[in-house]
Design a protein around this ligand. Structure first.
Ligand SMILES: Nc1ncnc2c1ncn2[C@@H]1O[C@H](COP(=O)(O)OP(=O)(O)O)[C@@H](O)[C@H]1O
Ligand SMILES: [Mg+2]
Length: 279
C-alpha cells in the first residue's frame, strides 16, 4: 500500500534518511522504531508530502505521492509530534476548521466532528478551548482531527511522547480501536513498550537507514532469546544466546556480577546497531 523506494533525504552534510526501501501493507499497524535523530520525523514528513525526497520516491497504491498530491493528502491523516491545534478555538471548532480545509460539506463536517468527539471521549469538553486541555486530551484531539476527512492511512509521529503512563495507555487503546476498524497505521516511536505492544511489524531505523524489519517477537528471537550481561572494562557487556543453558555456560568463566535474562526489543536493537535507543 505504502511503498518507499530508495528514499534518501539530505540536509547539508547530514543524511537524515538513506536509501530507505520498505513496503507497508493495507491494514498493517507498522512501527518505525529508532532513537532520536534516526530520521523518523523526516520519513513521516516525506510521507505526508511536507518535504520531498532528494532521491527515490514514495507511492500509495502505485501512485507516486509527488505526482498525485491531492489524492495522497485525502488518504492520509497526519498526527505530528508537536501540537497542530488552534489553541483559541474549541475542540469542536478545531475539527470543523480541519473539515473546512479539506472541503467537507457542512452537514458532513457536523456529523463527523460529533462522532469523533464521542469516539475520543471528548464530547463533554467540545466547547472548551484547546488551550485548556491536558497533554493527553490534546493528543486525542489531534488524532481525531487527523481523521476528520476520513483518511484510510494514519501517520503518527511519536504519539505518546510526554504523556504519563495512564494517558499513554488511553492513546494506545484509541489507536488499537482505529486499527480494528480497518485503518492502516504507521507510527514512529522510540518507546520499546509502545512498539512491542501496538505494532504487528516493526522497522528498526538508525542513522537514516532501515536496519531490520520483522515482528517484535521475531526480532527478539533473532537477536538471541537470552542475554548474558556483565560489567567488564568499565562498561556493560551483552552477549546473546539461543537458550538459558547456553547463556549460563557462557558465564562459566565469570566469577560474579553477571545476569542471565530473557532478551527484549532493546537488546535486539543494540545487537543490530551496536547502540541503544537512549538519547
Ligand atoms: N530541517 C532540517 N534541517 C537540518 N537538519 C535536519 C532537519 N530535519 C532533520 N534534520 C536532521 O536529520 C536527522 C534526522 O532527524 P529526524 O528525522 O528529526 O529524526 P528523528 O525524528 O528520528 O529524531 C537529524 O540528524 C536531524 O538533525
Ligand atoms: Mg522525530
Amino acid at each position: 500500500m505504502i511503498l518507499y523506494k530508495n528514499v534518501t533525504k539530505r540536509y547539508g552534510a547530514v543524511c537524515a534518511v538513506s536509501d530507505f526501501s520498505l513496503e507497508i501493507g493495507r491494514a498493517e499497524f507498522f512501527g518505525l522504531l529508532g532513537p532520536n535523530g534516526a530520521g523518523k520525523t523526516t520519513l513521516l514528513r516525506m510521507t505526508s508530502a511536507l518535504t520531498a525526497p532528494g532521491a527515490g520516491f514514495i507511492s500509495i497504491d502505485g501512485k507516486r505521492i509527488d505526482r498525485n498530491l491531492t489524492a495522497a493528502k485525502r488518504r492520509l491523516g497526519i498526527v505530528p509530534q508537536y501540537s497542530n491545534l488552534e489553541n483559541e478555538l474549541s475542540a469542536l471548532q478545531n475539527l470543523e476548521y480541519h473539515g473546512r480545509l479539506y472541503g467537507l460539506p457542512h452537514e458532513r463536517r457536523r456529523r463527523r466532528s460529533g462522532e469523533l468527539l464521542d469516539f475520543a471521549g471528548l464530547a463533554g469538553r467540545k466547547d472548551d478551548k484547546a488551550r485548556t486541555f491536558s497533554g493527553g486530551m490534546r493528543r486525542k484531539l489531534m488524532v481525531v482531527k487527523a481523521l476528520m476527512h476520513e483518511p484510510d492511512i494514519l501517520l503518527l509521529d511519536e504519539p505518546s511522547v510526554g504523556l504519563d503512563a495512564p494517558w499513554r495507555r488511553r492513546i494506545w487503546d484509541l489507536l488499537r480501536e482505529l486499527h480494528k476498524q480497518g485503518l492502516t497505521i504507521l507510527l514512529t516511536t522510540h518507546y520499546l513498550e509502545e512498539a512491542a505492544t501496538l505494532c504487528s511489524r516493526l522497522g528498526m531505523i538508525d542513522g537514516g537507514r532501515l536496519v531490520r524489519t520483522g515482528s517484535p517477537a521475531d526480532m527478539v528471537k533473532e537477536a538471541g532469546a537470552f542475554v548474558l550481561e556483565y560489567f567488564e572494562g568499565g562498561r556493560t557487556v551483552q552477549r546473546f544466546f539461543g537458550s538459558r543453558a547456553e547463556a549460563l555456560s557462557g558465564a562459566s568463566r565469570l566469577e560474579s556480577g553477571f545476569r542471565v535474562r530473557e532478551a527484549n526489543l532493546e537488546d535486539a536493537f543494540i545487537k543490530l546497531t551496536q547502540k541503544g535507543l537512549g538519547d
